[in-house]
Write a protein that binds this ligand. Structure first.
Ligand SMILES: [Zn+2]
Ligand SMILES: [Zn+2]
Length: 350
């Protein structure tokens, strides 16, 4: 079959590789739609010690498709079934899993290889994070299940109430989903970004206001532009950071009203430093929360939202392309020309 093979940072090639054969508990899926992701771009450029401990390796982790073959002992999936899976599964036995904090699992099983005609799902993922896809949900709408599940996790940590004012800092694919879900939860959303394209997308997904921070250099200046749009100029009830830069983490905190909550969601690069004013944190009683990854519960919840139509992964998709366009698509994402691309390794419609 044809598959993307990651050889080293900067070298990702489409090659002929042997067809995968499922071992006990494993499932092979014909990939109908595979979505590009910011993590793919990061890994392609710099490598990723956790996702790619050894190279060469298969590449890509957001997909939906049809079961092609199942290994010994697999009961719930049969060839021809439409399926979608998350990119990891927790171990169920480490301290974090026992505490119900599976996003912090010490032994996550990862999956790679969505940018291929077929992908092999490890037994742990088949068992705990693979789902049948309802007939009315297109493959391309479900392929970004993993980022949707992480946003559902982030939403759970926000504590957003009806009538809250919420600022979403950074409106790439993740921020867009926050705009959508916070609006659904009854909040008035202020989208904050420096791209007119992304801010327009945020309004399409429900944001009531936009703040274009182009030309505003300091976090405080940017925060002041957001505060102007809040009741009494006090600040927002909840600030969500979805850009992954320490200075935007600071900017998000600076938009809070006293007693507000910041969910700091985007992954900053190693070595980043964030300034926090402990005096303000004390007298204003604000809450800062880091959020990472997802759990099987949030994956299942994201799937329910896809099935009900409350969420639609197609809102994040810029274009459909053949598998061969993988590297170009990553470059287009890097240049800010698009959100996500759907690659169709099996050809045909999704
Ligand atoms: Zn992803
Ligand atoms: Zn665990």
């Amino acid at each position: 079959m044809r598959a993307a093979v990651f050889h080293e940072p900067g070298r990702l090639e489409i090659e002929e590789v042997p067809d995968p054969v499922p071992g006990p508990g494993e499932v092979v899926v014909d990939v109908r739609a595979a979505a590009t992701c910011g993590t793919d771009l990061k890994s392609y450029r710099r490598g990723h010690p956790k996702l790619f401990p050894s190279l060469p390796a298969p590449f890509g982790h957001e997909f939906a498709g049809d079961v092609a073959a199942v290994g010994e002992g697999v009961e719930h999936f049969t060839p021809g079934m439409r399926v979608v899976a998350a990119n990891t599964a927790p171990c169920t036995t480490c301290w974090a899993c026992v505490e119900g904090r599976e996003s912090l699992c010490e032994n996550l099983t990862f999956l790679n290889g969505a940018f291929a005609e077929q992908i092999l799902l490890p037994a742990a993922i088949v068992e705990r994070n693979t789902h049948e896809l309802a007939a009315h949900v297109p493959y391309e709408a479900a392929a970004p299940l993993e980022p949707l599940a992480t946003v559902v996790h982030g939403m759970a940590e926000t504590g957003i109430r009806l009538g809250d004012t919420v600022a979403v800092h950074g409106t790439g694919p993740i921020g867009l989903m926050f705009c959508r879900l916070a609006t659904l939860r009854g909040a008035r959303v202020i989208a904050v970004d420096q791209s007119a394209f992304r801010l327009a997308e945020a309004e399409r997904l429900g944001a009531a206001e936009r703040v274009d921070i182009t030309g505003l250099d300091e976090p405080e200046e940017r925060a002041a532009a957001v505060r102007e749009l809040t009741p009494g100029g006090r600040g927002v009830d909840v600030a969500i950071e979805a850009a992954g830069h320490a200075e935007v983490w600071e900017q998000a905190v600076a938009t809070l009203r006293p007693g507000g909550t910041a969910v700091l969601f985007g992954g900053p690069k190693p070595g980043s430093v964030m300034r926090v004013d402990p005096v303000a944190m004390h007298y204003e009683e604000y809450v800062l929360k880091g959020v990472f990854h997802h759990t099987p519960y949030y994956v299942a919840t994201a799937l329910r939202l896809l099935e009900s139509g409350a969420l639609d992964g197609r809102d994040l998709i810029t274009e459909h392309r053949p598998l061969e366009a993988l590297v170009d698509s990553l470059e287009d994402m890097a240049a800010g020309r698009g959100n996500k691309y759907i690659l169709t390794p099996q050809g045909g419609s999704t």
